[in-house]
Design a protein around this ligand. Structure first.
Ligand code: BGC
Length: 750
């Protein structure tokens, strides 16, 4: 070979060499330069390859071919470290530009160690729990090479028929913002660049939780003002917390599918919030715009999605196959593609993938580490809500000798893990029955008879057996609820009563006259009014995960004291939906004292019932309000003092009050601060949560609690679609839940 030829080949290889060894160290400016350099070397196919996410094909060879050609930017659902490395090696060493792959997985509430479902985590009102749970999930998932999770889901969820309420932080804007941001911080760690950090994904942008009728994937009709006041804030908070990625939602809002919605993706997310990470579609959601009737075909769908601001497409290949033609015909500008690729590469650089593309296959396993299990137990413990405790049945007294454990959820290791568990194994689950036996078996005799084999079981034959084992018991603990499959994606329900013959089981147990403790484990708030009435005590546990058993056992026996609060309003009847505490008032606010239906006389006059906005049969009162939860101890709230009755929008409102533990147990209270804007240019919610904190007090102890609330946080999107604090009268409440507390007035003067 002539010298010139050798030189020529060497020169040809230069860009390749410089790209395969791109380093991600350095700040953003350095990263931006590297992105520009890399981009300038990319062919259109390679760019579109980066925008293409595939779901793992079982056969690795099929993927290798695509990766070599630079046709894949990200792979979803690969969780084997050896395979992850093998695929990554092909991307880094055998594709022309050596751009590493981004490995993704739905790690929603734990990887192997499963924490309570997000709705349960929200019930803790403890951002540390959410952050720790996400951190541990990241440590476990990243140990097999997963560097991107599709969590947190921060869709405001006000309809328990919607199965995905389980994955949410519930109905409240502020709680979802705080818990969602904590999860982002946990997943992403101190720096995305660390090998144990995984990119989080704020999903589903936006409005998905408002699906009409609670039917998954259904259309939503949310006004711009409601988007801005209610549905956007958790996402804006996640963006502020540094979330690396966003996912578009399946729903169309007011006729525009999110995956083709320029307003939300460009104007708001990029324009107003300055987000510079990656936006991915939901599974196939670009092509689903065809079924919506928004796109004519794949070409159109791909065009609409990228032009709206989507960067990466999940699984449907519409971008890769169709965009070359659309670019040629001018329907999509190459600059749009360049922007998308930059956003993708930026996340890959931030994750340190160019420097450390591989996972350490030899590292000792971190799965189910003792510290992970301890954190999962703490989370489960804090997530359980005591809804009722008559005659102080709980905690179980020393005099209790025999405990009858019944119900289909007492020993259901798979079911208590909840929805969205792909990697956690039921063999590691500790159920309540197992925990009661192993931790308290030396103190009490445990007799067990499930009565029903699973939550939908309608076979009443076993109920008599369950009743018979209660004969010698001092107390009956009934574990009922929902199997994991009854909530989650595409698992909406129209009836929220206990499934199968569970209600009959509770009724039969109640009839025995034995003290009855009902423990509900479910993916949503169920309509359990009748069963709560029949029970002496009720503990509600949104599917509590791997360590649910020991957590519940310790709560039952008083080693731990309940502190969870409802992150959603509990309903008396499904027909009350939508029922959430932060509603606006009608011109005829519902009267709380309505006449029972049966008391209305026959042929009553048309206007006899007070003409207020209510239901004649169920009223508008919830079964349990948002923010509600009892303790074994009692707390006394002192009269709050506020810093001033007249404030300017630049001030910080300080609220100070004493909280005293007046009961016999050490306990933790979630104290809550609510406000109301009394009169505004548009009607405002009757109450909005603005602050909360957990306060732990020994029996008899008293502490002064201080809340600080910048008046600027009273801003909302007003009649002119401006976010401002409108001067005028406000009210605040310091309270143990959304329905109590004494109203205190203050005024914002400018
Ligand atoms: C869900 C997403 C999820 C994705 C990938 C979709 O069906 O809506 O939340 O992240 O699948 O598994």
């Amino acid at each position: 070979m002539k010298i010139q030829n050798i030189l020529y080949i060497y020169l040809l290889m230069l860009p390749l060499a410089s790209c395969t060894h791109v380093s991600n160290s350095g700040g953003d400016a350095v990263i931006e330069r590297k992105i520009e350099n890399l981009l300038s070397d990319m062919t259109l196919e390679e760019k579109l390859g980066q925008m293409n996410q595939i779901s793992s094909y079982g056969n690795i060879e099929d993927m290798i071919g695509l990766i070599k050609k630079g046709e894949v930017g990200s792979i979803l659902n690969e969780v084997d470290a050896v395979r992850v490395n093998a695929l990554q090696r092909v991307a880094v060493e055998e594709s022309r530009l050596g751009i590493p792959l981004l490995m993704a997985r739905d790690v929603i509430h734990g990887f192997k160690t499963i924490f309570p479902i997000p709705l349960g985590q929200a019930a803790t009102f403890d951002p540390e729990v959410a952050k720790d749970g996400a951190r541990i999930a990241a440590i476990e998932a990243s140990s097999v090479g997963v560097r991107w999770t599709f969590a947190p889901m921060i869709d405001i969820s006000r309809d328990p028929r919607w199965g995905r309420i389980a994955e949410s932080c519930g109905e409240d804007v502020y709680l979802s913002s705080v818990m969602g941001s904590a999860m982002v911080k946990g997943f992403q760690g101190d720096s995305l660049n660390s090998p144990t950090s995984i990119a989080a994904c704020a999903k589903h942008f936006v409005g998905y939780g408002a699906a009409e009728g609670g039917r998954d994937y259904n259309s939503t009709f949310i006004s711009e003002r409601s988007l801005r006041n209610v549905y956007f804030p958790p996402f804006e908070a996640a963006a502020k917390a540094g979330v690396a990625t966003f996912m578009t939602s399946f729903n169309d809002n007011d006729g525009v599918p999110s995956t083709g919605n320029k307003f939300i993706l460009k104007d708001v997310l990029r324009g107003e919030w300055g987000f510079d990470g990656l936006v991915v579609t939901d599974w196939n959601s670009a092509r689903e715009m065809i079924a919506h009737g928004f796109a004519a075909d794949d070409k159109d769908a791909a065009t609409l999605a990228v032009n709206a601001g989507v960067d990466m497409e999940m699984v449907s290949y519409a971008f890769f196959k169709n965009l070359p033609e659309q670019i040629k015909s001018g329907k999509v500008k190459e600059e749009v593609i360049d922007e998308a690729v930059k956003n993708i590469l930026r996340v890959k650089f931030r994750l340190g993938l160019f420097d450390n593309p591989y996972v350490d296959e030899k590292r000792p396993s971190v799965m189910y580490d003792e510290s992970h299990l301890a954190a999962a137990k703490r989370a489960a413990e804090e997530s359980v809500i005591l809804l009722k405790n008559e005659r102080e049945v709980l905690p179980l007294k020393e005099t209790v000798r025999t405990v009858a454990v019944v119900g289909p959820m007492a020993d259901a290791p798979y079911e208590q893990l909840g929805t969205w568990v792909f990697d956690g194994e039921k063999s590691h689950t500790q159920t309540p029955l197992a925990a009661i036996r192993s931790i308290y078996g030396d103190k009490v005799q445990v007799v067990y008879e499930p009565g029903l084999t699973y939550s939908r079981d309608k076979n009443v034959a076993g109920i008599a057996k369950a009743v018979s084992v209660t004969a010698h018991a001092d107390v009956v603990i009934a574990f009922v609820g929902e199997e994991a499959i009854l909530s989650g994606e595409a698992h909406s329900l129209a009836d929220l009563n206990l499934q199968g013959a569970q209600s009959e089981l509770i009724a039969a147990l109640a009839k025995t006259g034995k003290p009855l403790v009902t423990v509900v484990m479910a993916g949503r708030q169920l309509t359990i009014g009748k069963e709560a009435e029949e029970s002496d005590a009720v503990l509600y546990s949104f599917h509590p995960g791997t360590m649910g058993g020991p957590a519940i056992a310790d709560l039952l026996f008083g080693k731990a004291v309940p502190s969870g609060k409802t992150p959603v309003t509990f309903l008396k009847a499904v027909g009350q939906i939508p029922l959430y505490y932060a509603h606006n008032n009608s011109g005829r606010p519902a009267s709380l004292n309505y006449k029972p239906l049966e008391e209305i006389p026959v042929e009553a006059g048309q206007t006899s019932e007070g003409s207020s906005s209510s239901y004649m049969d169920a009223g508008v009162q919830p079964l349990y309000p948002f923010g509600y939860g009892l303790s074994y101890t009692t707390f006394k709230y002192g009269k709050p003092k506020i810093s001033s009755r007249e404030l300017s929008s630049k001030d910080v409102l300080t609220v100070v009050f004493d909280l005293e533990n007046t009961g016999r147990y050490e306990g933790t209270e979630v104290v809550q601060l609510y406000v109301q804007d009394k009169v505004a240019s548009v009607t405002r919610p009757v109450k909005e949560l603005k602050r909360f904190t957990r306060v732990t007090l020994k029996s008899g102890e008293k502490k002064t609690v201080t809340f600080e609330l910048p008046v600027s946080e009273l801003a909302f999107w007003n009649i002119d679609m401006m976010k401002i604090v409108e001067p005028g009268d406000f009210a605040l409440w310091v309270a143990p839940d959304s329905q109590s507390g004494e109203e205190i007035g203050f005024r914002v003067i400018d």
